[in-house]
Design a protein around this ligand. Structure first.
Ligand SMILES: Cc1cc2nc3c(=O)[nH]c(=O)nc-3n(C[C@H](O)[C@H](O)[C@H](O)COP(=O)(O)OP(=O)(O)OC[C@H]3O[C@@H](n4cnc5c(N)ncnc54)[C@H](O)[C@@H]3O)c2cc1C
Ligand code: SF4
Length: 559
């Protein structure tokens, strides 16, 4: 019997939430809190594709506790794993051999990290999940939401979890096949994070991006190191721009000292880069060799590796948030404040605002309609204010390049801060998608990256090993190609097939025969760390990332 014809069980809840990230968990907690305040009951299920909560969470992370203070005011007393307060803020401009510190008084006040905390966001999510469960939320890790379900009026009525035990040929495997379940709800909240696979479909189905600027993205690659105690400066937050990137390539680094001699070091490269020969992974490995970074890591141990895309479009790119039957929350809509590299506070707050809208709707006897009050609350919220003040920063970086763009972006942030959101630039557009920004290989030269030394810099495969990534091998490839001929027929001659470089996990390879002829495209899907970069950056927009079997993917302990 074909998988599509199989009868499925269904379960009903008041609310189903896709994704146990900061947005989904904050929404779940707020729903239960609000129901308790109103003296009513509400049933809430959260689906998470990672093997456990936090397994797929990767962030910096310096968090602004503004939303958490509102959600769980006594989070300290409740034992939240949020302990390292920021004590020093360093912003560097890097050259190949040295660095220049930008004086803190020149930095716009909103860039100040005073009162923020350095955390592992994965650990924070595990703690939030425990708080949610204590309130009666049902959390199902290892269950990917694979399909959106619609009712007879076209409204979203829930999601279907992915089938388990389907072979690579798409047929159920004997003895192990377990069909996915229909999870039905009055409202469905999509908290999948950046480039959600269901969010993408829902945005298209309900035309939610109409009239908005295209969403923009970066790829963030991160390692967690344990460094020698004498090199650890607990509470220090260091950001840099410049080397190893050239003026036409946007991005920068972060380096956060926290916990027990831990340093989170990472690099974000804006995915509107033009040169298809660029390899974000190798730029990051090169960055760690800089004289301001290498000495910190020397003598230390690399504990973990991972990568994840980050939304960068900001205010102009936020889609319509509500659709019939549910809403987008967190980075599924894209609320990251890019110059601050912070999105978790806005993810939580949007989850909470959506929850309030759901509670009011269900209390009024409504279901599966549009949560317009969530959209209105967003426009009045500190999330909107946060994004409004930095709305021109990303477009200025894109237009004027790294150095001038950063200067102008800084000035604009001063103006918007001092003048209540006013900007001399009005609201600038992003124009192109990141995929469309990739230029033909003929316009660029290949980049010769230094070989990893195995001490500070490493290769992709030993890095992926540290992400504990695991997928059942005998399952359909979850990196689906709309046209399987495009990688070799179009992307290879035109763009030197950039997937082999932008993927931070070595999933894509172009193999040839012994004579170096007859190229073929190979997808090593089991290495995928679910960063979503291929879905975003493929110049032909031919790769569609869909959920693999639940529980597959990275197993980040504390990213
Ligand atoms: C490198 C990097 C550095 C960053 N640094 C910072 C920082 O310092 N401070 C800060 O505040 N923010 C930072 N951010 C941004 C921040 O991490 C995000 O804004 C935040 O994690 C968004 O929360 P979310 O709940 O929307 O999504 P996520 O945190 O991405 O969580 C989504 C969850 O949904 C799950 N999921 C997705 N699809 C499905 C599905 N179909 N079925 C089931 N489960 C699914 C995922 O596995 C994941 O667990 C950074 C991001 C990156 C990439
Ligand atoms: S295959 Fe795509 S989603 Fe997976 S790690 Fe590579 S770029 Fe990221």
């Amino acid at each position: 019997m074909a998988v599509e014809e199989i009868a499925r069980d269904s379960m009903e809840y008041d609310v189903v939430i896709v994704g146990a990230g900061p947005s989904g968990l904050a929404a779940a907690i707020r729903l239960k809190q609000a129901a308790a305040e109103a003296g009513t009951e509400i049933s809430v299920a959260v689906l998470e594709k990672g093997s456990e909560v936090g397994a797929h969470i990767l962030s910096g992370a310096v968090i602004d506790p503004i939303a958490l203070n509102e959600l769980i005011p006594d989070w300290k007393a409740q034992g939240a794993p949020i302990e390292t307060e920021v004590t020093d803020d360093i912003f560097l401009m890097l050259g190949p051999a040295g660095s220049l510190r930008v004086p803190n008084f020149l930095m716009p006040p909103l860039m100040n990290n005073h009162g923020n905390y350095i955390v592992s966001l994965g650990e924070v999510c595990r703690w939030l999940a425990a708080q949610a469960e204590a309130l009666g939320v049902e959390i199902y890790p290892g269950f990917a939401a694979a399909e959106v379900l619609y009712d007879e009026n076209g409204a979203v009525k829930g999601v279907q979890t992915g089938d388990m035990g389907v072979g690579r040929d798409g047929k159920p495997k004997d003895g192990v096949f377990t069909p996915g379940i229909d999870i039905l709800a009055k409202y469905t909240l999509i908290g999948e994070g950046v480039r959600g696979s269901l969010a993408k479909r829902i945005q298209a189905k309900f035309d939610l991006c109409n009239g908005r600027e295209p969403q923009k993205f970066g790829i963030g690659i991160k390692e967690l190191w344990q460094v020698a105690p004498e090199k650890h400066k607990k509470g220090t937050v260091q950001h840099s721009f410049g080397w190893p990137l050239d003026d036409n390539t946007g991005g920068g680094s972060f380096l956060y000292h926290f916990g027990d001699n831990l340093v989170a070091v990472g690099f974000v490269i804006h995915l509107n880069y033009k040169n298809p020969y660029l390899s974000p992974f190798d730029e990051f490995q090169r960055f760690k060799q800089h004289p301001t970074v290498r000495p910190i890591l020397e003598g230390g141990k690399r504990l973990a590796y991972g990568a994840r895309a980050i939304t960068e479009g900001g205010l102009q790119s936020v889609p319509k948030l509500a659709f019939p039957g549910g809403a987008l929350i967190g980075c599924s809509a894209g609320f990251v404040n890019v110059p601050r590299i912070k999105g978790s506070h806005n993810a939580m707050k949007t989850g909470m605002m959506a929850a309030d809208a759901v509670i009011a709707a269900i209390g009024a006897g409504r279901q599966r309609d549009e949560l317009t009050s969530y959209e209105e609350a967003y426009k009045q919220s500190h999330v909107y204010k946060d994004l409004n003040r930095v709305r021109n920063v990303k477009p200025l970086w894109t237009r004027f390049g790294l150095f001038m763009g950063i200067g102008l972006g800084g000035l604009d942030m001063w103006v918007t801060t001092l003048m209540g959101g006013f900007s001399f630039f009005g609201t600038l557009k992003h124009k192109k998608t990141d995929a469309a920004s990739t230029e033909l290989a003929a316009k660029h030269k290949p980049i010769a990256y230094p070989k990893p030394d195995g001490v500070i810099s490493f290769d992709k495969l030993s890095s992926v090993y540290l992400s504990n990534t695991n997928h059942e091998e005998d399952q359909p490839v979850h990196l689906t190609l709309k046209d399987p001929s495009i990688p070799i027929r179009v992307n290879l001659p035109d763009y030197a097939e950039p997937a082999t470089r932008y993927c931070p996990a070595g999933v894509y390879e172009v193999l040839t025969d012994e004579q170096g002829a007859n190229p073929r495209f190979q997808i090593n899907a089991q290495n995928c760390v679910h960063c979503k970069t291929c879905d975003i950056k493929d110049p032909s927009q031919n790769i569609n990332w869909v959920t693999p079997e639940g529980g597959g993917g990275p197993n980040y302990p504390n990213m």
